[in-house]
Design a protein around this ligand. Structure first.
Ligand SMILES: [Fe+2]
Length: 411
C-alpha cells in the first residue's frame, strides 16, 4: 500500500482530498437535519457532528496553523467540534453531542464549503509538514465516513419505524466456502508499516515479532455458525467466557449479536431484513468473539498472525483486502456483512513508537489502554483506506461497528 511521493504532490493530494470531502457530503444526502442531529448513545456521534468535526480538523491543524491570515468560519464552533484534543482546550462533552440542534445541518454544510475553498486556495502553497497534515486529514475523514455509517445505523435502529438509509440489498460480500485452515508462518517475522507512504503513527515502526506454530481459518465466521453457538447455549455457558465478558453479558442481557431479532431478522442500513445466514457475522464485540472461538475449539488470532497472513501474499486474503471497502450506498452486492476482525492483541505501542508531533500526537497513542486491535476492513470502510498494517481498535464491549471474527488455533 505504499503511496508514491508523487501522489503527495499538491495536485494529486488535492484530488484525493476533495474526493474524500465530497464523499462525506454525499453520505449525508439522504438525511434530514433531524436524522443528522440525533445521538443514539454516548460513543456514537450525530451525522452533523461528523460533518463538522472533520472540517474542524482541517481548519485547525492545516488552515489555522499553516495559512497566514486565515479567518475561522465561526470561532465558537471549535468548542463544539474538537473531539478529544486536550492541547486544543476545553470542549463540548461527548455524550451531549446530540443536544446540538444549532448550528443547523445547512450551516454545517456552509462551514464545509468555506473550509474546502480555503484549502483549495492554500494547497499549492503549503509546506511539506502541512501537506502531511492534509494527508492525515484525508485518512481522518475516511475513518469518520465509516463511523458516520455505523452511527446512522445505530440512530435508525432506535426508531420503531425502522427506516432504511440505503436501498441496497444486504447480500454477503464473499461466497461462503467450507471452513479450512491455512498454516501460518512460524518464527521471526516483521509487522508494522514501513516508512514509505502514509500510515498512522501507531502502525510504526516496523519491527520483528515471533510467531509460534499456528493456523488461521480461510474465512470469517458466518451468521449460520453464530446461530449454532446461540442454539448451543453459548451465551448462557459461563465456562466459555472471560470473567469480564461474562459480567458484561449478564449485566447487559446480551443473548445475540447487536441488531439481531428473535424472528430471524436483523436491522441493517437497508432497514429490517431477514438474516443472510451465509454472510459473515458482524456487530459482535470482543467478549462474545472470544467466547465463540472457545466454543469452536479455537481462539482469536493475534494481530501479528493476522498481519503476516495478509501480507504474505496469500491470494485469498490479499484478494479480500483489495475488495474491502465499498462505501455505501452502492447498488448490488458486497455491502452488508464484510467486517473488521477482532484479534486477541491489546492496542499497545510497538517498540520504538513515537507519537506524531503536535496536537495530532493525541490521535492514537493516548488510547493505548483497554482496547483490542481489529484487522482488515468492513463494508463501510472507504476503498483504499485500510492495509495489512492497519490497526483499528475498540474496547471489548463495542459492537456497533461492523466487527466480526476469524478463527485461529495453535498447531
Ligand atoms: Fe476525529
Amino acid at each position: 500500500m505504499a503511496r508514491a511521493d508523487s501522489d503527495r504532490a499538491p495536485a494529486a493530494l488535492g484530488e484525493r482530498l476533495f474526493a474524500a470531502r465530497k464523499l462525506t457530503v454525499d453520505l449525508a444526502a439522504p438525511l434530514s437535519d433531524a436524522d443528522a442531529t440525533i445521538q443514539p448513545f454516548p460513543d456514537a456521534s450525530p451525522a452533523k457532528w461528523h460533518l463538522a468535526h472533520t472540517t474542524w480538523f482541517f481548519e485547525t491543524f492545516v488552515l489555522r496553523d499553516h495559512v497566514l491570515g486565515y479567518t475561522p468560519f465561526e470561532e465558537r464552533w471549535a468548542f463544539l467540534f474538537n473531539s478529544y484534543y486536550e492541547a486544543e482546550g476545553p470542549r463540548h462533552a461527548r455524550p451531549r453531542r446530540g443536544m446540538l440542534s444549532r448550528p443547523s445541518l445547512d450551516e454545517v454544510r456552509a462551514y464545509r464549503v468555506h473550509v474546502d475553498e480555503s484549502l483549495e486556495r492554500a494547497l499549492p502553497h503549503l509546506a511539506p509538514e502541512a501537506l502531511e497534515l492534509v494527508e492525515l486529514g484525508i485518512n481522518h475523514e475516511q475513518q469518520h465516513q465509516e463511523l458516520f455509517l455505523t452511527d446512522i445505523l445505530a440512530t435508525f435502529a432506535e426508531n420503531p419505524l425502522q427506516p432504511a438509509y440505503a436501498e441496497a440489498p444486504p447480500t454477503a460480500c464473499f461466497a461462503v466456502e467450507p471452513l479450512s485452515w491455512h498454516r501460518g508462518r512460524e518464527g521471526v517475522v516483521e509487522i508494522g508499516a514501513s516508512e514509505d507512504g502514509f500510515a498512522f503513527d501507531s502502525e510504526r515502526p516496523r519491527h520483528r515479532v515471533f510467531l509460534a506454530s499456528h493456523e488461521l481459518a480461510n474465512r470469517r465466521v458466518t451468521n449460520k455458525e453464530w446461530r449454532e453457538f446461540i442454539e448451543d447455549d453459548g451465551y448462557r455457558t459461563p465456562a466459555l467466557w472471560l470473567s469480564d465478558g461474562w459480567a458484561w453479558a449478564q449485566q447487559e442481557h446480551i443473548r445475540a449479536p447487536l441488531y439481531w431479532h428473535d424472528d430471524g431478522s436483523q436491522f441493517t442500513l437497508a432497514g429490517r431484513r431477514e438474516i443472510d445466514w451465509g454472510a459473515p457475522i458482524a456487530h459482535v464485540g470482543h467478549y462474545e468473539a472470544d467466547a465463540f472461538a472457545r466454543w469452536a475449539g479455537a481462539r482469536l488470532p493475534t494481530e501479528a498472525e493476522w498481519e503476516d497472513f495478509a501480507a504474505s501474499a496469500d491470494p485469498m486474503i490479499g484478494n479480500q483486502l483489495d475488495q474491502a471497502g465499498a462505501v455505501l450506498p452502492r447498488p448490488g452486492g458486497g455491502l452488508f456483512g464484510d467486517a473488521w476482525e477482532w484479534t486477541q492483541s491489546a492496542f499497545a505501542s510497538y517498540p520504538g513508537f513515537a507519537p506524531a508531533e503536535g496536537a495530532v500526537g493525541e490521535y492514537n497513542g493516548k488510547f493505548m489502554s483497554g482496547q483490542l486491535v481489529l484487522k482488515g476492513a468492513s463494508c463501510a470502510t472507504p476503498r483504499g483506506h485500510s492495509r495489512a498494517s492497519y490497526r483499528n481498535f475498540f474496547p471489548p464491549a463495542a459492537r456497533w461497528q461492523f466487527t466480526g471474527v476469524r478463527l485461529a488455533k495453535d498447531a
